[in-house]
Design a protein around this ligand. Structure first.
Ligand code: COA
Length: 322
């Protein structure tokens, strides 16, 4: 049984954080941020939690697509910002949405989490275990941002997105690529209780720490390879792809991948310019922007690749039918 996304919903907090704000707190300037990252602004929560943002994104989906979520049979929740270790974010959301009964699981795959969720949803449907899977991504990254570090604080924002995955007769989620290079785990981490990671000393601050240059270089190199691998695996040519939606970490990463694989960058969608790096949420958020501005249309083929902390990545292609 094939499947695809049959509804999408998003939520972004009202509070806008402009580039000029950072001039007041660290040694930076608006021009540098825009030029080196492509980010114009990002959002920050007031009191919203990770689950509350997800709930509001789900309500957005229900209202836009007239979908009933009460019979969802599985919730996969991707996030790195859970307020509680137990119960899971997915089980909190099941209760809050009044879903009668569903398998619930959280996944931590950093910025690749949404795509891992889509791959798992497709697998559950294809083997006949599920009929309606809700894939959720929600992140309150501003809570874990070090506002004394100019190389990271300018990047992150808060947002949530949900996608419903259901069986489809005409459309499908194609064969995925995924992988991990755990030896580079220290390149992006968020640690609270340990002083070492893979035997290396780390900052135990409960804030995001990264080697931005390393992540940048790795992302461009590996995602360029994986873009080509995905097409080969599915016997598709790049000219059949209507939109490429990579993780929105930095606009220059997206441009460099396009240049490496010779893909027209005007056929990419990003959310980084408007919302900054929202980790697992960037891909569905970019897709939603593309839907709202009329670019993404029924019958389009979308190539999605997430990458980030782990270091891990996951990508797939899907037919857009709504
Ligand atoms: N304002 C002004 N200058 C800054 C700055 C800021 N906010 N942040 C860094 N700089 C400085 C550096 O200190 C460095 O100065 P130096 O030459 O005097 O040492 C200079 O700018 C260049 O630094 P560099 O690290 O080469 O900048 P960059 O162009 O690579 O941009 C990142 C830095 C972090 C924006 C970029 O590497 C990035 O986006 N990486 C990926 C991060 C990521 O995706 N993380 C999440 C995981 S998905």
């Amino acid at each position: 049984m094939n499947s695809t996304i049959t509804g999408i919903g998003t939520y972004v907090p009202e509070k806008i954080v402009s580039n000029s704000y950072f001039e007041k707190i660290v040694d930076t300037n608006e021009e540098w941020i825009l030029k080196r990252t492509g980010i114009k602004e990002r959002r920050a929560v007031n009191n919203e939690t990770t689950v509350e943002m997800a709930r509001l994104a789900a309500l957005n989906l229900i209202n836009r697509y007239n979908k009933d979520l009460s019979d969802v049979d599985y919730i996969i929740f991707a996030s790195t910002t859970a307020e509680h270790k137990i119960p899971s974010l997915a089980s909190q959301l099941q209760y809050q949405l009044g879903i009668k009964n569903a398998g619930t699981i959280d996944i931590v795959a950093a910025c690749a989490g949404f795509i891992y969720g889509i791959i798992q949803a497709q697998s559950l449907i294809s083997i006949g275990f599920c009929k309606k899977v809700l894939v959720v991504a929600s992140e309150v990254l501003t809570r874990y941002t070090d506002y004394t570090d100019r190389t990271t604080c300018i990047l992150f924002g808060d947002a949530a997105s949900v996608a419903l995955v259901e069986p489809s007769l005409n459309c499908k989620i194609y064969k995925p690529v995924f992988g991990t290079e755990g030896e580079h785990g220290y390149a992006v981490y968020l640690s609270e209780f340990a002083d070492k990671l893979n035997s290396k000393s780390i900052k135990n601050t409960n804030k995001i720490v990264q080697d931005g240059k390393k992540v940048f270089k790795w992302a461009v190199e590996r995602m360029s390879e994986k873009f080509i691998d995905l097409l080969k695996l599915n016997d598709l040519h790049a000219n059949t792809i209507d939109f490429f939606i990579p993780h929105s970490a930095n606009l220059r990463i997206i441009e460099a991948i396009c240049s490496n694989v010779n893909f027209d960058k005007s056929k990419t969608l990003n959310s980084v310019t408007q919302y900054g790096n929202t980790s697992s949420v960037t891909i569905p958020l970019a897709l939603d922007l593309g839907i709202k501005n009329g670019m993404v249309k029924t019958g389009n083929k979308l190539l999605l690749i997430g990458f980030g902390g782990g270091l891990t990545y996951a990508g797939t292609i899907l037919d857009w039918e709504i």
